[in-house]
Design a protein around this ligand. Sequence first.
Ligand code: ADP
Ligand code: MG
Length: 423
Amino acid sequence: MSAKKANLSGELKKYFGFSTFKGQQEQIIDNLLNGKDIFVLMPTGGGKSLCYQLPALISEGTAIVVSPLIALMKNQVDAVNGLSSDDGVAHVLNSSLNKTQTKQVFDDIKSGKTKLLYVAPESLIKDDYLDFLKDVKISFFAIDEAHCISEWGHDFRPEYRNLKQIIDRIANVPVIALTATATPKVQDDIQKTLGMTNALVFKESFNRPNLYYEVCPKINIDKEIVKFINQHKGKSGIVYCLSRRKVEEFAQLLQVNGINALPYHAGLDQKVRVANQDKFLMEEVDVIVATIAFGMGIDKPDVRFVIHYDFPKSLESYYQETGRAGRDGGEGHCLAFYDPKDIEKLEKFLAQKPVSEREIGLQLLNEVVGYAETSMSRRQYILYYFGESFDPVKGDGANMCDNSSNPPKVKDATADLKKSLEL
Ligand code: ADP
Ligand code: MG
């Protein structure tokens, strides 16, 4: 082991209290510190933040961390500031700060106190920020949730498009981009848009062997879900619905059936929304019925089931949403109800959108229909979508889906897959 690596373990222990690196963290950090551009594709919970937090803490100057959500930034800043005995090594720069606060942040950067500066891309574009940042020492850029750059991702943010230009104006330093979205299209888009086609790529497997995948026809759905939840009494679970109205209706239906459930969607009063989420996290309530507004940044380890009342709009979002089950490695049942009529409705909805958005939406829908209707291993299907091969007989988690544990009488499943993914 090189001296530098031994040293990194020491820093890991010192700042984070962990004895070992997770996955490829050490190689990633080592390469970043040696000036390389890095691209990290790692599932949620894989430990991406540490890949830029640790090098930022031990580098000279300030690392600029681009992150899409103010709430996520705040959590991270608080966490990082809890690590070090020096107060305030991480700061946020965004529109919520007043003049005095902004000046304080600028002063801390100038004095070398700030090791991590979290910014939203729309703040970074402001001229007075740019002018200031180009005159101070920047250690590197970290682009978290980098899939926001791509229209093929599940969370496209137009502000992410200009990042390359902004970075170039500020400093010529290494860039590390990180995401939990690994479809080849998104990966390609990110690398091209950020001008990092020569970056070192670190990709970890997206297989979640403890998750069980199942698709059911949407018949007697209310009854079926009540039955399912009653078979998992006292366990935590999420039911995703497409519309806010459905969320409210179905949460009520569960309550009437004696299930301890609450609704969550962006239309609820902020106080109610936060209270409902907290009750779920604190286990005062078993089931949360939600739109996809629920989940980003939620880290509850023992979610035992994720049910999709309505089919997801893309396989990517399905993977992210089901990924909230079984974080602790224990049971995680992922059940989706499928009705081709629902897909037709989504297609009609897409018909009102601009052409480019519509085409992308339709392609993504094609892929989820393929997943719903396939007779092959669902795990293999999902992993194929992420550019990963999986042995449906011997792979880790091989029999953990309806098609594998109870195979339908089939034709050539691989031909099926190739057709629906247009490979
Ligand atoms: P991601 O951004 O990839 O979803 P996070 O950075 O939020 O993941 O990390 C997920 C969890 O893993 C966090 O609770 C973090 O403290 C933990 N973690 C990260 N690295 C290590 C490590 N080397 N050893 C133990 N736990 C780690
Ligand atoms: Mg993260």
